[in-house]
Design a protein around this ligand. Sequence first.
Ligand code: DX5
Ligand code: ZN
Length: 219
Amino acid sequence: MIRLAPSLLAADFSSLGTEVSKAEQAGVELLHLDIMDGHFVPNITFGPDLVKVLRSKSKLLFDVHLMIAEPDRYIPAFARAGADFISVHVETCLHLHRTLQNIREQGVKAAVALNPATPLSTIEYVLSEVEMVLLMTVNPGFGGQQFIKAVLPKIAELRKIIDSKGLSVDIEVDGGINAETAPLAVQAGANILVAGSAIFGQPDVSLAAKTLRDSIAGI
Ligand code: DX5
Ligand code: ZN
């Protein structure tokens, strides 16, 4: 089953509670929360306090994508704020295995994220430690960028590795996902689709989610 994870980054920041309810009504499975520190990525977004207030308003699975340096310093705060998944970028982790253990010890599902240029070999020895791999299909930092097609063979390769090892690890794709690119990512083997502009960026969130689901129906 393919799951949708609308990214709050594209929502109306002046009424986030309402925006989250719209996603819930649209029947999506996860809420993707982009945490940026102005250091690992050029942009700054929000922190655990915001995640915590939204947690009290929603039953969606909270998918916290940490685009921050030294993620270990903040993992406990995001866990306490109600994250269901926490993704850390392999590019930010000196001791990736330890960081993933740190996430799991907090009772949160651990995920690892890779920039488009980062090879799959960097996660070869931690695949059994994660519930999900997040493959960036844009360079992290901003919404509304164009899907990088060169990542498609990487998705397919990762799907092959996961299946050959008999693991049940989700593959999430993030960046430039819309009705044109979603089918390509799903065909390659992705099963969780993050979408900012294509869902929250649209006037009708339910219709936008349906359009995205329709685009991958039957694959
Ligand atoms: C980018 C973020 C994405 C972003 C996706 O750094 O990780 O989650 O919100 O936005 P769209 O879907 O507009 O590319
Ligand atoms: Zn993201």
